[in-house]
Design a protein around this ligand. Structure first.
Ligand code: MG
Length: 350
């Protein structure tokens, strides 16, 4: 098998503001794994808070020797080799780089078998629920305009809260839309008592779920809040990989799984099983990514209670067509083999 990779910075359509930071570009690396003339595509997207960069991802990928493997179906051997090929200097343990390999290898296997990945995983595509579309923090006029633009296309909106003025943002949205809302505080609420007060107010505003209300390490606060919250608490920043799913038992109602955090589809599937074993809900999220990584995450959508798979819709330079579509607000899976992607060349480097 042959591995190629290429830096591909993503341009965001709107400057993206969440509690803590603002940005207009996301570093990204596209990869391709080719075996006997068939190519699987993968991607590493690196939001700044996860500690990876184009340099660290390319350094990691330069050490991956896929030519040592001649059977792409031995995914267990290949992915455990990649998972343990860690660069000691990288604090983040290269999870986005590993996710890129995992995604491309799964895409390759699906194509070689002529089957979509959701089918190889034994899933039923009609179980996919609505995806949220994120409304960023902005002026009331811009918020009203954005909500009106997407009202007919999406069944649920996600709102970033945990900043001063967040109640007003919800009220502004409610002036123009009665769609169910999810909120993401991105660790922005400072105490469990204050978070509970916010959540009680939000539950009267048609909000159906709250993501990461408190700082990620405040497990005592999260446990207290989970026992009292009228809305489900889903943890994102507190949960990176499978071990965290076990660690968070009792501290939440569910977890947000992202391929770039955990290292790809194989660890994500394990996280889903661990969450279900513990009676937790499952959310599938994404970073700002091309259709490649979003479509990979969407292969697991039939397993999820909440979907937040809008990353490809937030960028202006997607490098693929095909793959997952949002139809009438729902994640809709295709029956093309693997991820079902066609590279757009240009701009796609492969
Ligand atoms: Mg989140």
């Amino acid at each position: 098998m042959q591995l190629r990779y290429h830096p591909y910075p993503l341009q965001l359509q709107h400057t993206f503001t969440v509690s803590g930071c603002s940005r207009s570009q996301t570093p990204d690396v596209l990869i391709a794994i080719t075996h006997q003339g068939v190519t699987g595509y993968g991607e590493a997207s690196m939001p700044p808070y996860l500690g990876e960069s184009i340099e660290s991802v390319c350094r990691f990928l330069s050490r991956v020797r896929l030519e040592a493997f001649d059977d792409p179906f031995r995914t267990d051997d290949i992915l455990s080799y990649v998972m343990h090929l860690d660069d000691d200097e990288a604090e983040a343990h290269n999870f986005a780089a590993k996710a890129a390999i995992d995604i491309a290898l799964h895409d390759l296997v699906g194509q070689l078998l002529g089957q979509p990945l959701w089918r190889l995983f034994g899933l039923s595509p009609e179980r996919c629920t609505y995806t949220t579309y994120t409304i960023g923090i902005d002026t009331p006029e811009v918020v009203r305009q954005k909500v009106r633009e997407v009202e007919g296309q999406f069944g649920r909106l996600k709102v970033k809260v945990g900043v001063p003025g967040d109640r007003q943002l919800i009220q502004t949205i409610r002036e123009v839309s009665d769609l169910p809302l999810t909120v993401d505080a991105n660790q922005g609420w400072t105490s469990p008592e204050m978070a509970l007060e916010q959540i009680e107010w939000l539950s009267g505003q048609g909000v159906i779920m709250v993501e990461q209300p408190l700082p990620k390490h405040d497990l005592e606060g999260l446990r207290w809040l989970t026992q009292r919250s009228p809305l489900p608490i889903i943890l994102d920043e507190s949960v990176q990989g499978p071990a965290d799913v076990i660690r968070m038992k009792g501290c939440c109602h569910g977890i947000n799984i992202k391929l770039m955090k955990c290292g790809g589809l194989a660890p994500a599937r394990l996280m889903i099983q661990l969450a279900r074993m513990q009676g937790m809900q499952v959310m599938l999220g994404c970073m700002t990514e091309t259709s490649c990584a979003v479509t990979a995450a969407a292969q697991l959508a039939p397993c999820a209670d909440y979907l937040d798979l809008d990353g490809n819709l937030l960028i202006s330079n997607d490098a693929f067509r095909g793959g997952m579509q949002v139809i009438d607000g729902r994640v809709t899976l295709q029956s093309a083999p693997g991820l079902g992607l066609t590279p757009l060349t240009p701009p796609n480097p492969f």
